[in-house]
Design a protein around this ligand. Structure first.
Ligand code: TMP
Length: 196
C-alpha cells in the first residue's frame, strides 16, 4: 500500500477531531494503517505557539508565520514523512491552508506564508469542513474557554472567507459542516476514497 497525506481544515468547533477519528476507524477497518496527528504540534515550536494562542505573550504576525512553518517542517520530518514512507495514511488536522487562512487574516501576505511553507509537502487531499463562525464558536463555548484567536468573531469570519477563497482555486475541497454528522462523514469518505 502506498502512503497518503490528507489534511483536514476548518474553524475550531467545525468537528475536525471527531471526523478524523471516524475516518481513521473506517480506514483501519479496511486494513489501512493510519496516523492521526495535528498542528500546532506538541514539539518545542508548537508548545511556544500554544502559549501565544492563550495570550501569554504577543508576537508580530511575521513571527507567527515563521513559527507555524518551522513547527510544520519539524512535524513533516519527524512524523508525517516517515509514516508516508511506511505506507501509512496520515490524517493531519490543520496544515499550510491554516497558515494561509489565519495568518493572512491577521495581516500577513499570502506570498509571505507561501514562501515560508515552500518546502512543505503537498497533500494528496486537503478538505475544509465549512461552518459559519457563529456555529463554530457556539460549539466550542459549550466545551471550554476560547483562545485569543477564537475570541475574535471578526477574525473567525475572515478566516472562513479566506478558506473559501482557497477552495475556489480547487486545491481545497469543501464539505458542508452544517449537515448531520453522518452526512458530513459520508461526504468526507467519498473524497478520501478517491485518493486511496
Ligand atoms: P487547534 O485548536 O486546531 O489546535 O489550532 C490552534 C489554533 O492555531 C487555531 O486557532 C488556528 C491556529 N493556527 C494558525 O493560526 N496557523 C496555523 O498554521 C495553524 C496550524 C493553526
Amino acid at each position: 500500500m502506498s502512503g497518503k497525506f490528507i489534511t483536514i481544515e476548518g474553524l475550531d468547533g467545525c468537528g475536525k477531531s471527531t471526523h478524523v477519528k471516524l475516518l481513521a476507524d473506517w480506514l483501519e477497518d479496511q486494513g489501512y494503517k493510519v496516523v492521526c496527528t495535528d498542528e500546532p504540534t506538541d514539539g518545542p515550536m508548537g508548545k511556544l505557539l500554544k502559549r501565544i494562542l492563550i495570550g501569554e505573550f504577543k508576537v508580530p504576525v511575521e513571527v507567527e508565520v515563521s513559527l507555524f512553518a518551522a513547527d510544520r517542517m519539524q512535524h513533516l520530518a519527524g512524523v508525517i514523512l516517515p509514516a508516508i514512507e511506511d505506507g501509512k495514511i496520515v490524517l493531519n488536522e490543520r496544515y499550510v491552508h491554516s497558515s494561509i487562512a489565519y495568518q493572512t487574516s491577521r495581516g500577513a501576505t499570502k506570498q509571505m506564508v507561501e514562501k515560508a511553507n515552500e518546502h512543505a509537502l503537498k497533500p494528496d487531499l486537503a478538505v475544509l469542513i465549512d461552518v459559519s463562525a457563529e456555529a463554530a464558536l457556539s460549539r466550542i463555548k459549550k466545551e471550554r474557554k476560547l483562545d485569543e484567536f477564537e475570541k475574535d468573531l471578526k477574525l473567525q469570519r475572515a478566516v472562513r472567507r479566506k478558506y473559501l477563497g482557497i477552495a475556489r482555486t480547487g486545491v481545497l475541497k469543501v464539505v458542508k459542516g452544517n449537515q448531520p454528522l453522518e452526512k458530513v462523514q459520508a461526504n468526507l469518505r467519498d473524497l478520501v476514497a478517491k485518493v486511496l
